[in-house]
Design a protein around this ligand. Structure first.
Ligand SMILES: Cc1ncc(COP(=O)(O)O)c(C=O)c1O
Length: 399
């Protein structure tokens, strides 16, 4: 189909007109179970009544004034986010890439204030941080870089979950000002580092006076069963965390939170955003956070995580092309030994929305509010898909 939208996405041939909870309805009236949440965005499900009510109330009261004035709802949201995270201050923007851009600017200015003219940020292989020039440079995926060179200077890359490599890089680069990483790599294939990895990264950063900047754009706001994934690592408080996606349940809001050495780096005139943290998005985000608390959604995630993983382990037992089933909270990755991108279309045909990342990892990011019945449906439908797909591949190879 040709149309006037720039073809930056390879889109599936379906359009949705309505959503309710974990279900979406397409233009023909067919229903689909959403096991992706708009890529970790609609954590409360679609058309959540409290979020819808708050947006509608706020739209008829005040949508936007500008950051030239105080915005009480922004202050309230910043207080809530700092309470939940242990961080100290918040800058609001509109997306994950922008939250990461703010972090990168903080790291560079922190370096300049220490007398480092050419600051270096250490980033990870197979990471994803966004599509702006600095965040695509930070991203550890050659496909994301291709065609946009020259990349932004001042980034060096090390393998993820490899402390020796990080230790060597920090010692090798006296200009190092920050380490930027995801606590679980989402786009990279639901890669979960060793239990003590972030603790050791924190220690190294503290020792070398380098900022620890944790990209929680996908993992944050309850996705992993804690408010923030870094909270799985005892006594770790990053200097910077970056949020977006689930914070607004679909309203575009991002945030860059600072603590410790990163506080006070950005001053008036150093950074900004016209829309960032306007009354409408802040009101929605406040209700998102309240609802996660009120409905005990972190408990729901933790309870259903075991159930879903056990279900997959049972259903996929004996499938020798299923390499590993990984999860933290409601981030699930089922790694196959073969490329499986075609499963996305097959899943859609079956009536469920899933994603395949890193070519061979089935990724599921269901809304945090699904019930037991929906969890069972996800396990049954996705297991069937994988089993049928692997069987059809085996038949093809025999023919
Ligand atoms: C970890 C991470 N960081 C940053 C981004 C970019 O966020 P956005 O698309 O809102 O710019 C994403 C998006 O998938 C992400 O997963």
């Amino acid at each position: 189909m040709t149309n006037s939208v720039m073809p930056t996405y390879g889109r599936l041939d379906v359009a949705f007109t309505k959503g309710e909870g974990a279900w979406l309805t397409d233009t023909t009236g067919r229903q689909y179970l959403d096991a992706l949440s708009g890529i970790a965005v609609c954590n409360l499900g679609h058309a959540h009544p409290a979020v819808a009510q708050a947006i509608s109330d706020q739209a008829t009261t005040l949508i936007h004034t500008s950051n030239l004035y105080h915005i009480p709802l922004q202050t309230k949201l910043a207080d809530k986010l700092t309470d939940l995270s242990g961080m100290e201050q918040v800058f609001f923007c509109n997306s994950g890439a922008e939250a990461n851009e703010a972090a990168i600017k903080i790291a560079r200015k922190y370096g300049h204030e220490k007398g480092i003219d050419k600051p270096v940020i250490i980033v990870m292989d197979s990471s994803f941080h966004g599509r702006t020039m600095a965040t695509l440079t930070a991203t550890g995926n050659a496909k994301v870089h291709a065609g946009f060179e020259p990349l932004v200077p001042g980034f060096v890359r090390v393998p993820y979950n490899d402390l020796d490599a990080l230790r060597m890089a920090i010692s090798h680069w006296p200009e190092a000002v920050a380490v930027m990483l995801e606590p679980v790599q989402g786009e990279g294939g639901v890669k979960i580092p060793d239990d003590d990895y972030l603790i050791a990264v924190r220690d190294l950063c503290t020792q070398h006076k380098v900022l620890m900047m944790v990209d929680e754009v996908q993992t944050g706001i309850g996705r992993t069963g804690k408010w923030f994934a870094f909270q799985y690592s005892e006594d770790v408080l990053p200097d910077v965390i970056m949020l977006a996606k689930g914070l607004g349940n679909g309203m575009p809001i991002g945030a860059c939170l600072v603590a410790g050495n990163a506080v006070g780096i950005l001053q008036a005139g150093n950074h900004g955003s016209t829309f960032g943290g306007n009354p409408l998005v802040c009101r929605a985000a406040l209700v998102v956070l309240e609802t996660i608390e009120k409905d005990n959604l972190l408990d729901n995630v933790n309870k259903l995580n075991n159930h879903i993983v056990d279900g997959f382990k049972q259903a996929l037992a004996g499938q020798d092309k299923v390499k590993e089933i990984r999860s933290l909270g409601f981030m699930f990755g089922i790694e196959l030994t073969v490329s499986c991108t075609e499963l996305v279309q097959k899943a859609l045909d079956k009536g469920i929305l899933i994603n395949v990342t890193a070519d061979n990892v089935v990724r599921l990011l269901p809304p945090l509010m699904i019930n037991m019945d929906e969890a069972n449906k996800i396990v049954t439908m996705v297991s069937e898909l994988i089993i049928d797909f692997l069987a059809s591949q085996a038949n093809e190879n025999e023919a």
